[in-house]
Design a protein. Structure first.
Length: 256
């Protein structure tokens, strides 16, 4: 069931979102050639711990997962789309990295993701990441009172498909609040003017995921968590937690 948040609750979620923004910024700054994914996870843990926050990712186990998630970040590299488990893998020149992270502060959750390259960027990766960010911006722009979930989905899908990229079927955004995943679901592709009407107090995690090869197929890696592209092409992920308000969309995880 969807819960409409009060203005006070949205402010509390913004506080959680700002902790998360600092964690993602710190991870991005620490990411370099030779740095391991486990070391990046430790960076995020340190920021959360220092702010008195905890992680909604750590120990999370949805129905599809064979084991509880063992980290506070999802670290997805190159052909990994989402849900990558941090390992001892050390970043290499030219890697495309997507970091998804959550923070929970005073009982309120936030969720956000960034994608970036390490070392010398490939032009194709720069375009892919830029399109993911544009798709996220388009989705946020459509997140206004009176619109519908389908308007967000359509805005995201139009940017992604228009650039020739694939969209992993069945994965998208979601409501968020006291729990990391709440109603409603927010697809990354859909028909405008359809679905639940957006109201003041709804808070959504909007998160486009793009597959560079233009196909939509993906599969789970042997760890049961990491989703990888079927065609081996690279992927990018961008996400913000956004409150729907009478004054327009409020990005609670804005990194300044």
């Amino acid at each position: 069931m969807m819960e409409l948040k009060t203005n006070t609750s949205i402010d509390a979620m913004h506080a959680a979102g700002q902790v998360l923004a600092r964690a993602l910024t710190a991870v991005r700054q620490a990411a370099d050639v030779g740095v391991s994914l486990l070391e990046l996870d430790e960076v995020a843990r340190g920021v959360l711990r220092g702010a008195g926050a905890d992680s909604p990712f750590l120990g999370y186990r949805p129905s599809f997962a064979p084991t509880p998630f063992p980290a506070v970040i999802c670290a997805s590299v190159n052909d990994a789309i989402v849900h990558g488990i941090p390992t001892a893998y050390r970043l290499r020149d030219g890697d495309l990295v997507s970091i998804d992270c959550g923070a929970r502060l005073d009982g309120w959750a936030s969720d956000s993701a960034i994608s970036f390259t390490v070392g010398r960027p490939r032009p194709a990766d720069v375009r892919l990441i830029g399109t993911a960010e544009r798709a996220l911006a388009a989705g946020i722009e459509a997140a206004v009172v009176g619109n519908r979930i389908g308007d967000i989905a359509h805005a995201i899908g139009t940017v992604c498909r228009g650039a020739g990229y694939g969209i992993p079927d069945g994965f998208g955004g979601h409501g968020i609040g006291r729990h990391m995943h709440e109603d409603p679901s927010v697809p990354n592709e859909g028909r405008p003017h359809r679905g639940m009407r957006l109201r003041h107090g709804m808070v959504l995690a909007i998160e486009p995921m793009l597959i560079a090869g233009g196909t939509d197929g993906y599969h789970a890696a042997p760890d049961g968590w990491t989703l990888k592209t079927n065609d081996g092409s690279r992927a990018a992920h961008a996400e913000h937690t956004v409150a729907i308000t009478e004054d327009g969309p409020r990005v609670l995880t804005d990194r300044g």
